[in-house]
Design a protein around this ligand. Structure first.
Ligand code: ADP
Length: 788
């Protein structure tokens, strides 16, 4: 079937696709069209990676827009939203507008009302629905990418509930669910009342196998010699072999550290196989990478990229990841060592894929666990670039004959696992039940239970009462914390409950924040007006209030605002903040810190032998990281001190900002006086600066480092900057004219032009002093203790 033969798709789209080299539909795409995907029919497409699922989605969305509706594309990762939107950007020339929504806060709703196609994560869609986005009712088509992720413990339930909700709210909505090949796509299709395309077709031949000894053993029983030669590493030998053949390799490993170490070693292989032109391009990419952040990770990445190798993991900053992906797609970078995040959807095919580690550490299981077949097959699927490579090849590595056989049975010949719903878990239901009640979606217990009956969980379980039991427990918890009121089967959210649902925090996080804020208010001698939730003694849950019921009110001075550390600790104790692990020596270190800074910490301090003490200390460690960040310590010093990557630091900072925003709104709701202190703490995290720099750092493009340099040079506020002597500004930004002009313009300076301006020598010296303070972590940062 040709694209031009598909009814319902606008003519320009046919031309556009033909321009992209897409004329004939791939067989699974043709099957999808035959089953009505371009006529508004529901469809589940379970096909291998890189077999053209995106086009199926495009046909559905464009025909929906053509019929006068809107289309929503749900991506599994925030990182993929931008990538997908740019794939759809070409629509804009033909009057189909495309919007992306990824922000953390409850914003964006109105802006999206005018877009035809919207790309967002399921969390964002959920949040938009909670915040009353009316345009949801105009949706004609929703696409769920990587729908097999409903199986994910953490994020699956949100996707599941979001799809169920959208379907209930918009009865005629077309649902198109794209999935990797899974064991039970038919069940997913049943749940969504959808036709099914279940195919193993691929556009390019994929050979899979296991490397063992001096050969690759393929799934068809053949072997090909691939000697490890002098190198003792199978991976290095395979990368070298692929390189000789003009191809690139993607190596999957099980940890960030391993990805970094592998890239370093493999750089020695690739550096001999690059041309002069490639070397120049790699040098430019390496420079850009160094410009992204001033951390060791950034330097290590740049060092490897210069030689044609790279690593890729979730600890990298987004800009780092994008630079690596682009250079790999351009074939300048010859090998990428990656953790499985890259398999999850970034379109970076390569000639060969090596799954080096097929086990990874799992904290909940207390040891190494094998990867799922689904995960390994998705990694396999990244092999082979249609139109560029003659074939794709994916191999595992065995170090013994037994392992060779095990890997064949476990992965090469095995079918992927079935997808199972993870909805019947308390944390998932806590947030979704509150949202369903707060949005008026389910106004009675019966309606709530009926709605839950429409989920994948309900279609899969034999024990219907389990979901009901958990849901009722959760209702009791929400009632006890004052978020929901129940009366004769009717459900209503309280004002606080509405706010919590809109803020998109876990209700348990909200309860923790509310208690901490009340404690702060008490310490300041001000009773917070909202009533403390009453405990009704139901088993299974303990409210944050109950846990702290016997806590003596802290006896600080009457006007004391909570300190930033106290607030950072409070947000770090919520289930929405992923904590840092305690490493060896940390227990003593942070216990000592807890005693030193006791007065600042909100709520009850658990006894050292109590089971929740470790978690409480981990939260203190996270809080300390945030305090270091907000005290202008350099990123690489923080990375070293807490043994984390720059991406982790940004992740923590963003989460803290979002939770402090929630705390600020809750403080307003409780009439607690500390809202101003919470806001200041949020700003300090947002900008990563001490109090005195808040005004300056708020000027666009200034940032934490330049704000400090300007301050040391005597420019202390936005107003100072607006009226500043240009030579001083130029000196403070170390002679960078373009930067100086930009920030002066942003501050509203009447004449930012730097032509002929000389940098002020005193300002240069002062800026250097500011840098030294951030790098040493000393210099007036009284709270750093003996951490260095
Ligand atoms: P998936 O989402 O299934 O992993 P993609 O949709 O990203 O795969 O498709 C992989 C590649 O195949 C893309 O570069 C896309 O442009 C190309 N492609 C898709 N359908 C066709 C087609 N019918 N003919 C030629 N190329 C196609």
């Amino acid at each position: 079937m040709r694209v031009a033969d598909v009814d319902g798709v606008p003519e320009w789209a046919v031309d556009h696709l033909e321009g992209e080299g897409i004329e004939e539909l791939y067989p699974p795409q043709a099957e999808a069209v035959e089953k009505g995907v371009a006529d508004g029919e529901n469809l589940v497409a379970s096909v291998p990676t890189a077999s053209g699922k995106t086009l199926v989605a495009q046909l559905a969305m464009l025909s929906a827009v053509e019929r006068g509706g809107k289309a929503l594309y749900i991506v599994p990762l925030r990182a993929l939203a931008g990538e997908k939107a740019s794939e759809f950007a070409a629509f804009e020339d033909h009057g189909v507008s495309v919007g992306v929504s990824t922000g953390n806060y409850e914003s964006d709703g109105a802006r999206l009302a005018d877009e035809d196609v919207i790309v967002a994560t399921s969390e964002k869609v959920d949040s938009l629905v909670r915040n009353g986005a009316d345009w949801i009712d105009d949706l004609a088509c929703v696409v769920a990418d990587e729908v097999h992720l409903v199986d994910d413990d953490h994020r699956g339930p949100t996707l599941e509930v979001t799809l169920a909700k959208l379907r209930q709210r918009v009865p005629a909505l077309q649902v198109v669910a794209l999935s990797a090949t899974v064991g039970n796509a038919d069940e997913v299709a049943d749940w969504l009342d959808a036709a099914l395309v279940d195919s193993t077709w691929r556009p390019i031949e994929l050979r899979t196998g296991v490397h063992y000894g001096q050969a690759v053993h393929y799934d068809d029983g053949t072997q090909a010699e691939l000697a490890t030669g002098r190198s003792d590493s199978q991976t290095a030998a395979i990368v070298d072999d692929t390189l000789q053949d003009g191809g690139s390799t993607l190596v999957f490993v099980n940890s960030r550290r391993n990805a970094e170490a592998a890239a370093r070693r493999l750089a020695d292989v690739t550096k001999t196989g690059i041309t002069d032109a490639e070397r120049e391009r790699l040098q430019a990419v390496a420079d850009e990478i160094r410009g992204v952040s001033d951390t060791e990770t950034s330097d290590d990445l740049a060092d490897a990229v210069e030689k044609g190798a790279a690593f890729h993991h979730a600890g990298l900053a987004r800009e780092h990841r994008e630079l690596v992906e682009d250079a790999f797609r351009d074939r300048a970078v010859k090998v990428v060592a990656a953790t499985p995040t890259l398999a999850a959807g970034v379109n970076t095919p390569s000639r060969r894929v090596v799954v080096r580690d097929w086990q990874r550490y799992d904290g909940t299981a207390g040891g190494m666990q094998p990867l799922s077949v689904l995960e390994v097959h998705q990694m396999f699927g990244r092999a082979g670039r249609p139109g560029r490579d003659p074939y794709g090849e994916a191999v595992l590595l065995a170090s013994s004959h037994d392992e060779l056989e095990e890997l064949f049975d476990r992965y090469v010949y095995a079918d992927p696992e079935p997808v199972r719903s993870k909805l019947a878990a308390e944390p998932a239901l806590r947030t979704h039940v509150l949202a369903a009640v707060a949005t008026g979606f389910t106004a009675t217990e019966d309606a709530l239970l009926a709605f839950l009956g429409e989920t994948l969980y309900a279609t899969q379980t034999d024990d219907a009462s389990r979901l009901e039991d958990v849901a009722l427990d959760v209702l009791a918890y929400l009632d006890r914390n004052g978020f929901v009121e129940r009366e004769a089967g009717a459900l209503r959210a309280t004002t606080t409950g509405h706010l919590v649902s809109q803020l998109y925090v876990d209700p348990m996080s909200a309860a923790t924040l509310v208690d901490g804020l009340r404690d702060a208010a008490r310490a300041a001698g001000q009773p917070a007006t909202a009533e403390r939730a009453s405990a009704d003694g139901e088993p299974g849950f303990q409210t944050a209030s109950e846990m702290q019921a016997d806590a003596p009110a802290s006896d600080g001075d009457a006007s004391a605002d909570p300190s930033p550390l106290g607030l950072f600790h409070l947000v770090s104790r919520t289930p929405d903040m992923y904590e840092l692990y305690l490493r060896s020596g940390d227990r003593e270190r942070y216990t000592e810190l807890a005693y030193e800074r006791e007065d600042e910490l909100l709520g009850r301090t658990p006894r050292e032998e109590a089971p929740d003490f470790e978690d409480w200390l981990s939260a203190l460690k996270t809080a300390k990281l945030l305090e270091d960040w907000a005290s202008e310590l350099d990123e690489d010093r923080i990375a070293e001190r807490y043994d984390v990557g720059p991406g982790d630091i940004r992740g923590k900072v963003e989460t803290a900002e979002w939770l402090l925003h929630a705390a600020e709104r809750l403080a307003g709701e409780l009439d607690a006086d500390c809202a101003t202190a919470v806001r200041a703490a949020r700003k300090r995290v947002e900008y990563g600066v001490r109090e005195e720099l808040l005004d300056l750092a708020g000027v666009r493009d200034v940032g934490r480092k330049r704000a400090r340099r300007l301050y040391e040079a005597g420019i202390e506020s936005r107003a100072d900057l607006r009226n500043a002597e240009k030579g001083v500004v130029l000196g403070a930004v170390r002679g960078r004219e373009k930067t100086a002009e930009r920030i002066l313009a942003n501050a509203g300076h009447p004449d930012p032009e730097m032509d002929g301006v000389d940098a002020d020598a005193d300002a240069v010296a002062a800026a250097e002093e500011g840098d030294a303070a951030g790098a040493s972590g000393g210099d007036g940062q009284a709270n750093l203790g003996d951490f260095s």
